[in-house]
Design a protein around this ligand. Structure first.
Ligand code: ARG
Ligand code: GLU
Length: 719
């Protein structure tokens, strides 16, 4: 018994949430965090951050596009986000002749601001706890399926009621694995224009080499503006739209950042898994991550070999390769962090103590007994299947021609159905024509053929034959097992391999011709993979996931009872969160200490005109030589570029404001340090750091480098 008590105290002390850890719900700050935040230095109140009674900081935060955050910095709808968040938009306006990605872009007047069809920003109007309403009619004796049907029904009603008679959107989202539910009422603006972007040599300085790393010197920001109709309401792009007048915009503090200053980040972290069992972490680090890392490594090597010798390919594949590399590098860091923190052993010990606690009481035993065993059993079944699915998605679905070929299935479906009128088919063709333009704008066939060979070979080597699509047998039967010959056959015979053949096919399309798609070698292979994945594997995995969800829900409830002292925060789910901490450096390894900030000196140290990632623009060098930093210089006279802090952030927090004790903007969050990327699973206060661009460097680039001081004039600057 004494032993049990001892180990429990140990576990509890390990498990208690540390001050810097946690992504907190704005609605609950007052109750859960306000006091601690103030003790750490916060000078305002929770009500200043989130209020439904008056304007508050939440009215200055938006979801930018589909996966980033941005903040409003002027009373004329000007917003800041990351360069890598605006990247797609900047790329879409770029060509070899007019290359904004490389050279940067600055609108010197409102007329020059560039529209971006499809790009939206979304405000949170309000959120509410709807747990009780969601659980109405849910009983303990329901099966999981009955429970989930009832939840769906309740969700639909609650969402519909919440937005009746408004132009808002509503979404109920589960928290703590479905132990609680919150509704989010949102408002989306659809006219968002590009205002400014630094050249990639600044906005992506260090490229994928420095990505996820400290010390960092990336000017990762871009500037956009929200437009609205004459009533300040959301409207589609129109020349008549005017700059949006926000309820709130963030003042910008250029007094500088000191170590140990209180900071908080307000934004949209995407997804974390803080409460998964040890066996799931084991599965991620030993099965899932190694496949992803290995396959992406191969794809990246191939892309790099083409990018290095062809500038057009560089432009075409810049965004694609950044996306592939970003995950690749993060998972490498995540695996190292999982190993270093020994989180698996730590969780196993916690699970053991949890089981003992559950077994010690008959009521608890009924609810939570055996849950860890159930997880272990379930993962023994999930793991091999998920492995096959990850293999497939990282290999076959990484081949561009196969992904593209799938888009023709919509036309097949239309043609197969005799009831569909010809007009609809014409519409379908028009859509495919448009899609062809954007697909081939950024497509290099020789490169994709190499990836095809590498990925299909890797798939065949690693995949369990039981899951392999039968279509692949053709390689042995017709091509003597030679994947390269098979690739030649696919690329030479597929309509989808070139823009010319796609256009020729679509221009002369007649209903009956859809059979040609069904015989197309790229289409048949893509469909074979997709069918295996979607029809054979996904339904089984989905059933397992439903079981996993219900185990997680019960386990989460149990954990909260088991550790009553602990302040739990819900896993990130791309809803608005506050995370707070301090400006801090760290010690990545023995004998090495990192300062919390970098300067322009470091950019000059890294400069290398022969390495793409480390080219420094002449203009920036001139400013550096003349130390012409104006009011953006630090007290020490240097130009600070980036800094680190202990805020617990995740993917989706890109572009989030990093704020000081008075809610003034000090920086824009854009990354995490490599040693801390396991913080989606386990947070280590010694190693987990978020990285922000110092707002003074951002303004210096806008004002001194780009000569767009009129934008700074719009902002509220605190000197
Ligand atoms: N690692 C950052 C984030 O997850 C930045 C990614 C963009 N930058 C890059 N070099 N790929 O999204
Ligand atoms: N770069 C990430 C993003 O795009 C933020 C870094 C992180 O994962 O914390 O959201």
């Amino acid at each position: 018994m004494k032993r049990l008590i001892l180990s429990l105290t140990l576990i509890i002390s390990i498990a208690l949430t540390r001050a810097d850890e946690g992504m907190w719900i704005p609605l609950l700050l007052e109750q859960l965090n306000e006091k601690e935040m103030q003790d750490l230095g916060f000078k305002l109140t929770a009500e200043d951050i989130y209020s439904i009674n008056h304007s508050s900081m939440k009215d200055g935060i938006v979801i930018f596009g589909r996966g980033c955050t941005a903040e409003i910095v002027s009373d004329q709808g000007l917003i800041l986000t990351n360069h890598h968040c605006g990247y797609g938009a900047i790329q879409r306006h770029s060509s070899l002749e007019q290359d904004y990605l490389t050279d940067g872009f600055w609108a010197m007047s409102r007329e020059e601001e560039l529209p971006n069809p499809g790009l939206t920003v979304t405000f949170l109007v309000r959120m509410e706890d709807v747990t009780e309403k969601m659980l109405e009619g849910i009983t303990a004796d329901m099966t999981e399926a009955e429970r989930s049907d009832k939840l769906k029904e309740n969700k639909d009603t609650i969402e519909a009621e919440a937005i009746e008679g408004t132009h808002y959107q509503a979404r109920v989202k589960p928290f703590y694995y479905g132990n609680e539910f919150y509704i989010f009422i949102t408002e989306t603006y659809k006219d968002v224009r590009l205002v400014g972007a630094p050249p990639s040599n600044i906005g992506k300085f260090g490229g994928d080499t420095d990505n996820w790393m400290w010390p960092r010197h990336t000017g990762d920001f871009s500037v956009f503006r929200i437009y609205a109709d004459s009533n300040n309401q959301p409207a589609k792009y129109s020349e008549n739209n005017i700059p949006f007048t926000p309820k709130y915009h963030f003042p910008i503090n250029i007094q500088g950042v000191e170590e140990d200053d209180f900071t908080f980040v307000f934004g949209y972290p995407g997804s974390t898994q803080q409460y998964i069992p040890a066996c799931r972490i084991e599965h991620i680090s030993e099965v899932v991550n190694p496949i992803r890392i290995n396959f992406r490594h191969q794809r990246l090597d191939i892309i790099k070999s083409y990018i290095d010798r062809d500038d057009l390919v560089r432009l075409q594949y810049a965004s694609k390769s950044a996306g592939i590399a970003n995950g690749w590098k993060k998972w490498i860091g995540e695996n190292k962090g999982i190993e270093r923190t020994k989180v698996i052993a730590e969780k196993q010990a916690e699970e053991k103590a949890f089981t003992q606690w559950a077994e010690a009481d008959s009521d608890r035993k009924k609810q939570f007994g055996g849950i860890i065993d159930a997880f272990n059993q379930l993962y023994a079944e999930i793991s091999p299947l998920e492995e096959e699915m990850v293999l497939m998605s990282e290999s076959a679905f990484g081949v561009e021609i196969l992904r593209y070929a799938r888009s023709f299935s919509s036309l097949v479906r239309l043609c197969e159905n005799k009831e569909i009128p010809d007009e609809e088919i014409t519409e379908g063709i028009d859509k495919l024509k448009k899609a062809a333009i954007s697909n081939f704008k950024n497509y290099h066939q020789a490169l994709d053929r190499k990836i095809f060979i590498a990925m299909i070979s890797a798939y065949i080597t690693h995949a369990d034959p039981a899951y392999r699509p039968a279509e692949l047998e053709i390689i042995d039967k017709k091509f003597d097992g030679n994947v390269s010959d098979y690739a030649d056959y696919v690329f030479e015979n597929s309509i989808m391999a070139s823009e010319a053949s796609v256009n020729e096919f679509l221009d002369n399309f007649k209903r009956k011709k859809y059979k040609k798609i069904l015989q197309d070698p790229a289409y048949t292979l893509a469909t074979a993979f997709a069918d295996k994945y979607n029809k054979d594997m996904w339904p089984i995995l989905n059933k397992y996931y439903a079981e996993d969800d219900s185990l997680q829900r019960i386990y989460m409830k149990g954990l909260m009872e088991f550790l009553p002292e602990k302040r739990f925060y819900p896993d990130a789910n791309f809803t608005l969160r506050v995370t707070y901490g301090k400006v801090k450096g760290y010690q990545p390894r023995d004998a090495v200490t990192y300062k919390h900030y970098t300067t322009l000196e470091g950019i000059m140290e890294k400069e290398n005109p022969d390495i793409y990632d480390y080219v420094v623009e002449d203009k920036l060098k001139d400013l550096y030589e003349s130390k012409d930093y104006g009011r953006y210089a630090d007290k020490d006279g240097s130009m600070h570029v980036c800094f680190t802090a202990t805020n617990h952030t995740s993917g989706g927090n890109s572009g989030s404001p990093l704020l000081n004790d008075k809610g003034e903007l000090l920086g824009i969050n854009f990354d995490r340090c490599w040693e801390g990327t396991m913080s989606d699973i386990v947070y280590d206060p010694a190693q987990c750091r978020n990285i922000s661009i110092d707002i003074r460097y951002c303004l210096f680039i806008i004002d001194k480098y780009a000569g767009a001081g009129h934008l700074v004039e719009e902002m509220t600057i605190i000197e």
